[in-house]
Design a protein around this ligand. Sequence first.
Ligand code: ADP
Length: 559
Amino acid sequence: QFPFGRRLPCDIYWHGVSFHDNDIFSGQVNKFPGMTEMVRKITLSRAVRTMQDLFPLEYNFYPRSWILPEEFPLFVAEVRMMKDSDPSWKPTFIVKPDGGCQGDGIYLIKDPSDIRLTGSIQSRPAVVQEYICKPLLVDKLKFDIRLYVLLKSLEPLEIYIAKDGLSRFCTEPYQEPTLKNLHQVFMHLTNYSLNIHSGNFIHSDNVNTGSKRTFSSILCRLSSRGADVKKLWSDIISLVIKTIIALTPELKVYYQSDIPAGKPGPTCFQILGFDILLMKNLKPMLLEVNANPSMRIEHEQELSPGVFENVPSPVDEEVKVAVIRDTLRLVDPQKKKRKDSHCIPFIFQIFFIQFHNLPDVRMKDKQHKHHSLKLSLKLKFYLKLGLCQTLEHVSEANEELLDAGPADRPEYDTTKSPEAGLPSLCLKQVFPKYAKQFNYLRLVDRVAALFIRFLGVKGTTKLGPTGFRTFIRNCKLSNSNFSMASVDILYIDITRRWNSMGIDHKESGMCLQAFVEAFFCLAQKKYKSLPLHEQVASLIHFCEYHLAALDEKRLVCGR
Ligand code: ADP
């Protein structure tokens, strides 16, 4: 617990909702700045779309999506075109309000004209997405997978995936969407928070049955039916790495703004919840990413009408305790010290906090943003890593620190490594392990590095017109075909359009996505007739080359 007035820094800061502290100068924080914004439905769809433009085949794990209201005309036109070219195509679409969670406000439609444009879309932007009509069914039910992913570091990129996850089941047998069943949420939406209200919901006390099971139990079933489970895992790993590669460019912009390079600051890590749907042919499709996945290991049960009690949920406990324990093991600040000195068993204490009764909370308003670890402490877990594996639940009334020292644990052998008694890690590193296979996708990361270089004053996230001109000049991009006047027009046109989308009015100037669009434009002009990703790669190389030459010249002059 971080009490008001505490001066001493901590090793690890564990926030309930999002990164927001500007007064932390060391240690590690369990949230990245900007992550909550990045995984909102619209931002995620935009980031994935940029990657789809560059690498359409590699990014076909995300359903085709349009952003409302601004892309409504495009949505109508594209659907009409696809229907014209294939009259047998009878699509269904799912409309999801931006920033919504737990299935809130989601509905299915058969035709673009069914979108509820009046009122809600204007006041609440949304994503409309192709609905996956043929999901894999188990026991005739649709289900999705929640996988936990640890983004341990952004630079260098380090990603871990939990070996097991959760499978969340619908509670009505699935039928492909028809006008008659479109509104049946218990058939089409897998959200736990919705299905728990169905009379058919089964709370199970083992991990293989019921409406929430472990993903490994599903894999066992599939494997016994002869499915290629290894291939499925490798597709899932690839989906996770590619999604994070789509998110990193903008995360880096947020990061340098909140934690400028060269100034003391914390490092960040974050547990993300990936929601994945398996298609009938076992292809995993990304539904969404949660920046603040629920870590509850109990659920509410109605003992008698109107009387509820929290009871342990073995499935949640099986999966989530391991994720948190291993995250702490991986970010353990003492690890390095111990390695260096082979010393003393350590006692590692941390409080971590979840907002009570707010599973999967995503920041909906600024008020949430400013809730801090220092406030609203409701549910506390006290974890002593290295001393024992017990996770002791502390009641709200008892806010005292539990202190069970080694004396209370006679079985603890202090001569052994503190991790000796713990199970093997459930979090498996996938990046940089598979970096070689995926590094070619990291083009936008390099465009973001150029953008950050020209941001100038640290702490901003938008590029001014002078910064953009300097970028053009330093990278030797202006020539007789491309005058500085046309550079200014490009800047104004693209910046105005992005700013009119109402994403962030706090700062004026060009945001990263606008810069990426301008960069793609320049690449297409300069390297005609190549595929887009080659045009972009060539322009990046060109810019990096000229900037390196400039840096060298400056160094020599400096000497
Ligand atoms: P929320 O954040 O509100 O839970 P999701 O994007 O996770 O929104 O969607 C809610 C549920 O709707 C998912 O758990 C899934 O069952 C279903 N769903 C979402 N998108 C699709 C899709 N494109 N195709 C089929 N089902 C989908």
